[in-house]
Design a protein around this ligand. Structure first.
Ligand SMILES: Cc1cc2nc3c(=O)[nH]c(=O)nc-3n(C[C@H](O)[C@H](O)[C@H](O)COP(=O)(O)OP(=O)(O)OC[C@H]3O[C@@H](n4cnc5c(N)ncnc54)[C@H](O)[C@@H]3O)c2cc1C
Length: 276
């Protein structure tokens, strides 16, 4: 797979490619017979480094930190993509973008504290507003592609997997998506959830958006569902033929969800996932 930076590709070079890759100009070099001059690059060349300034940090729950970063240079991205965060030259971790380019002035990250984690613990203990940070340009193909606005969308996430989903949902609503947009966010208990008030507000504003927080190890009260997030989502939505699916968070959940949503009818090219 290569990426075009200038010029028009022949259609055949992008046939069968996921819409998110298509939107970024990816194509299959082996079937590309250019009809005009084009300029191409290898995909990994796109991950240049830039400097940003931390504008604010706040706890979203006991284990998840919301970090806002103002890039010091023009920064293009799509909600739901991720950046690489450089603790130092050789210690790098990826974090998803919860922000939406046309709604948010800053890049928003949701970082979960992993006990003993080299970068996440360092961020919790050391990073503060005003600090300069080095990050990469955005990458990844888990984002909303405008169009097909009547298609139903199912989003399933655990823990900080909500970060990309929160961006994707707001981007879809901003683009006038009219199909159902159904979010299922899973946690062991209610203390592990976050952005609950913001998501409930979005539910009030948009009749086609629903939010189901799922608790796997705590009795669910009104407004919450009891059980594993994937089980709840599939029980509520047994037929996913024609749906667009976004899956983020715990790798075991994401991998099982890829399989189960496909078996429930979703097309493989309509399933977008970031396991972490
Ligand atoms: C595309 C992508 C997007 C990501 N987006 C986010 C995001 O939005 N928010 C976020 O918090 N993280 C995200 N991650 C995960 C993040 O990149 C790091 O892996 C995570 O912060 C742990 O790094 P660390 O240096 O703190 O831990 P490390 O020092 O790398 O690991 C310490 C120990 O914790 C274990 N460990 C590592 N990760 C996890 C985990 N997720 N759960 C349980 N144990 C773990 C390791 O196996 C190791 O034993 C993303 C990862 C990818 C690939």
């Amino acid at each position: 797979m290569m990426q075009v930076t200038e010029g028009k590709l022949p259609e055949k070079a992008q046939a069968e490619i996921k819409p998110t890759l298509l939107a970024q100009g990816y194509f299959l070099a082996c079937v590309c017979y250019p009809e005009h001059d084009i300029v191409v690059t290898l995909p990994e060349k796109g991950m240049g480094q830039i400097v940003g300034k931390v504008s604010s940090i706040q706890l979203l729950n006991a284990d998840i930190l919301g970090i806002r970063i103002k890039p010091l240079h023009a920064f293009e991205y799509k909600a739901g993509q991720f950046i690489n965060f450089y603790k130092d030259e050789t210690t790098v971790r990826s974090y998803s973008l919860a922000s939406v380019p046309s709604l948010d002035d800053e890049l928003c990250l949701n970082v979960r504290k992993i006990p003993g984690g080299l970068v996440s613990e360092w961020i919790f203990e050391n990073l503060k507003a005003g600090d300069s940070v080095t990050i990469s340009e955005a990458a990844g193909d888990c984002f909303y592609v405008p169009g097909n606005t009547e298609q139903n969308i199912l989003l399933i996430g655990t823990g900080s997997g909500l970060a990309p989903l929160y961006g994707i949902i707001r981007d879809a609503l901003l683009n006038g998506h009219t199909g159902q947009i159904r979010l299922y966010h899973g946690s062991y208990n209610s203390a592990g959830l976050y952005l609950v008030a913001e998501l409930r507000k979005l539910v009030q504003l948009h009749a086609n958006f629903s939010y189901v927080p799922c608790l796997s190890e705590e009795a669910a009260t009104d407004g919450y569902a009891q059980g594993m997030v994937l089980d709840v989502a599939l029980r509520d939505n047994p037929n996913l033929a024609g749906w667009r699916i976004f899956l983020c968070g715990n790798p075991n959940m994401v991998n099982a969800a890829k399989r189960e949503t496909y078996l429930s009818g979703a097309a493989i090219n309509d399933i977008f996932a970031d396991p972490f």
